[in-house]
Design a protein around this ligand. Structure first.
Ligand code: ADP
Length: 225
């Protein structure tokens, strides 16, 4: 098994369409390797929940399935990556989403070690079924697991459909994904640290495939640095 050298940061970007399982896998990988998971969707939803200036300005865009502006997102991620807990590495979930964001991220990476990019690939009909079935906790926002019935196992809150998971908004999010986010796959795909993973298999198998792919890619990235 490939081990990560303790002095090399593990910097991971997760790509994939809405419903690919990025959030779940990012959480698992970050949790098992002691890295912060930085989800821009969660940061924005927390802003909406707290009615902060960011939340108020981003709300309409998010609920219609569009993208928040590059300037705002690049600033948020730049500040988050500058925090000490991201020094040993991070798992980015939801950023970059445009080529402008990917270019800005490259600029933020100087002196930080290799950037491993994982693309979780899932056929569109499977994504549509998953998003229609997805429920989150209306109180704390975590994704519901299949064995939860009507309430959240961590806080007891009621399970609800995510507001931007309604049929019409999902179609818009997938359209935006193909137009603005899919080009990032081309942006990264020729790098030696890029890996595509089959996301249409049981979650534990995706987790295992990701673990292997990330450590291999990181070792290659480090050897070339
Ligand atoms: P999913 O991965 O299920 O599409 P997220 O939780 O990552 O959803 O994001 C929800 C919404 O937040 C997006 O549809 C978009 O409006 C906004 N958002 C999140 N990250 C970004 C980003 N990097 N750039 C622009 N908008 C973003």
């Amino acid at each position: 098994m490939i081990q990560q050298r303790p002095d090399v940061a593990l910097n991971v970007v997760m790509l994939g369409p809405p419903g690919a399982g990025k959030g779940t896998q990012a959480e698992r990988f970050a949790g098992s390797h002691g890295l912060p998971r930085i989800s821009t969707g969660d940061i924005l939803r927390e802003g909406i929940h707290a009615n902060s200036e960011l939340g108020r300005s981003a709300k309409a865009t998010i609920y219609s399935g569009g993208l928040v502006s590059d300037d705002v997102m690049i600033k948020i991620v730049g500040e988050r990556l500058a925090r000490p807990d991201a020094g040993r590495g991070f798992v980015l979930d939801g950023f970059p989403r445009t080529v402008a964001q990917a270019t800005a991220l490259d600029g933020m990476m100087s002196g930080r070690g290799p950037l491993v990019v994982v693309d979780i690939v899932v056929p569109e009909d499977v994504l549509l079924r998953r998003l229609a079935a997805r429920r989150i906790c209306g109180n704390c926002g975590v994704n519901a697991q299949v064995d939860w019935t009507t309430s959240c196992a961590s806080c007891g809150g009621e399970l609800v459909h995510r507001r931007d998971d309604s049929d019409q908004v999902v179609l818009e999010r997938l359209k935006v994904y193909h137009r603005q986010t899919k080009p990032i796959v081309d942006f990264y795909s020729r790098r030696p640290t890029f890996r595509a993973i089959d996301g249409n298999q049981p979650p534990d198998l995706v987790t295992a495939a990701m673990d292997t792919a990330i450590f291999q890619a990181s070792a290659i990235g480090e050897a070339r640095a």
